[in-house]
Design a protein around this ligand. Structure first.
Ligand code: 4AD
Ligand code: MG
Length: 452
């Protein structure tokens, strides 16, 4: 039904039959006896070199125009590409004024492209990002399917703040007061009142974990990739207000090591697939080596010892019981030259749901840290023992009535269970080498900025 994509065409062996190709023009070169155009349809990064008799290249075939070609793919005599497309017929489908086209050929700054985010997917790097997201997603589905997991959809509108960070967006309806109906314009936003829609305050989800726990208590192994929303004001290259999280949750775990192994295998499988599809350098992930584990307590010891040396550049001094600062996280992973699982953090630093260790000071959890990036994944065993869960709810000042459904999962056939959440845009950043997560999603949102 569809003509081949340029990727499909270029990867097919030998010369092609007469076929149609569609795409956008990246560059045009007219010579006396021949004309060339590079066409791309977003399916690959290199594009297709099209060769024309000069009179067959339409006058309005300019950079950015969409074009339909009919011809044959042949081995290229020229350097720079293995194959080229000999054009018999060409038709500009949508012209593009080369003077005002925002995506000019010269290098465009990241800031400029953010302002053009409706057109920036035409830039090669953004095409690679979009395809990498797709390949990762596909590989994660394959991985979890092969391990007997079921994909589940979880709510976007929720009543809980899973992480207890208080960085939620609230959901209200815009309601026109009854007296205004028919009298005032219903479209006039100044006449509309924000109003609670449900029977309790509602928020956009920050994590699907608690809902996944309920599903894991019946379907054993579940996962999702859901949008998550956090009203974080941090202006960093790792934070978005709307991002995607790959989360998995499963019953009958034995130790936190079970969760680390799954995270390591899933990421290695997905990253290998993505690097093969786009020929990307994913050295930062050290795919051929096992990733080290280090406890939070040992990590603090190493950080303290580095901090007491003259070469320390830390702004914050590392202390047991305090959060690892982003500089500490980056140093740990960079000095090891590998992703590293930091396990068993002080319970005072982590949310209510993490399982308390026997020392009663630390919890069975980990953060996966990546050189240059910092935290990519967080996971834990979940507290399945009711008395401990009750104590944790009290300690965090949470209302037990609100969490009675969560306690039921322990009360009625509870199991030791655990899971993790991986920041999808952060993974895309490590894999593509694109530094800021704002370029790892097509239409980013962050504090103070929402384009489109
Ligand atoms: O560490 P977090 O907050 O963990 C949770 O939400 C758990 N409930 C997940 C679970 O166990 N099911 O978030 C998990 C990951 C982080 O490691 C980070 O990669 C990413 O989500 N993340 C963000 N990515 C982009 N922008 C933000 N504002 C992010 N906040 C977290
Ligand atoms: Mg975390």
């Amino acid at each position: 039904q569809f003509p081949p994509t340029i990727r499909q065409l270029l990867s097919s062996p030998g010369a092609s039959a007469r076929i149609e190709v569609n795409g956008w023009i990246k560059s045009v070169r007219r010579q006396k006896n021949v004309a060339f155009a590079v066409i791309n349809d977003g399916s690959c990064s290199q594009g297709l070199q099209a060769v024309f008799k000069p009179e067959r290249l339409p006058y309005d075939a300019t950079n950015g125009a969409s074009i339909r070609l009919v011809g044959h793919l042949v081995d290229s005599p020229g350097r720079g590409q293995a194959k080229e497309f000999q054009v018999d017929e060409a038709e500009v489908v949508g012209a593009c004024d080369p003077e005002t086209y925002p995506i000019q050929k010269q290098a465009l700054s990241t800031e400029y492209l953010r302002d053009q985010c409706h057109l920036r997917s035409r830039v090669d790097k953004m095409g690679t990002v979009l395809r990498t997201r797709h390949t990762l997603l596909h590989a994660f589905h394959q991985y979890f399917n092969s391990q007997g997991f079921t994909y589940a959809h979880t709510p976007i509108i929720t009543s809980n703040d899973c992480e207890g960070g208080g960085e939620t967006f609230s959901v209200v309806s815009q309601h026109s007061p009854p007296h205004s109906r028919g009298l005032l314009s219903e479209d006039d936003p100044s006449k509309k009142q924000p109003e609670m829609f449900f029977d309790k305050p509602a928020f956009l989800t920050v994590s699907s974990q608690l809902h996944l726990e309920a599903l894991a208590a019946a379907n054993s192994r579940v996962y999702t990739l859901s949008p998550c929303f956090r009203a974080e004001r941090s202006q960093t290259n790792r934070h978005l207000a709307e991002f995607h999280m790959l989360e998995a949750e499963w019953a009958f775990t034995k130790s936190i090591e079970d969760v680390c192994v799954t995270v390591e295998d899933a990421i290695k499988a997905a990253a290998s697939a993505a690097s093969a599809a786009e020929d990307l350098d994913v050295n930062v992930l050290q795919l051929q080596k096992p990733w080290p584990r280090i406890s939070y307590t040992d990590a603090i010891r190493e950080l303290e010892s580095h901090h007491s040396s003259p070469s320390s550049t830390f702004k914050f001094s590392p202390t047991w019981g305090s959060s690892l600062q982003s500089e500490h996280e980056k140093w740990l992973a960079t000095s090891l030259g590998s992703p590293v699982f930091v396990t068993d953090y002080s319970s005072s630093l982590k949310p209510f749901y993490m399982r308390l260790n026997d020392d009663e000071k630390t919890v069975a959890c980990f953060d996966l840290l990546i050189p240059g990036l910092g935290e990519l994944v967080g996971g834990s065993l979940r507290e399945e023992r009711l008395p401990y869960l009750d104590a944790a709810l009290d300690k965090h000042g949470l209302d037990k009535a609100e969490y009675s459904w969560y306690a039921d999962l322990r009360r009625f056939g509870g199991t030791p269970h655990g899971g993790f959440g991986l920041g999808f845009e952060r993974l895309v950043s490590c894999i593509t080498g694109v530094e800021n997560v704002r370029e790892c999603i097509p239409m980013p949102r962050w504090a103070g900025r929402m384009l489109l």
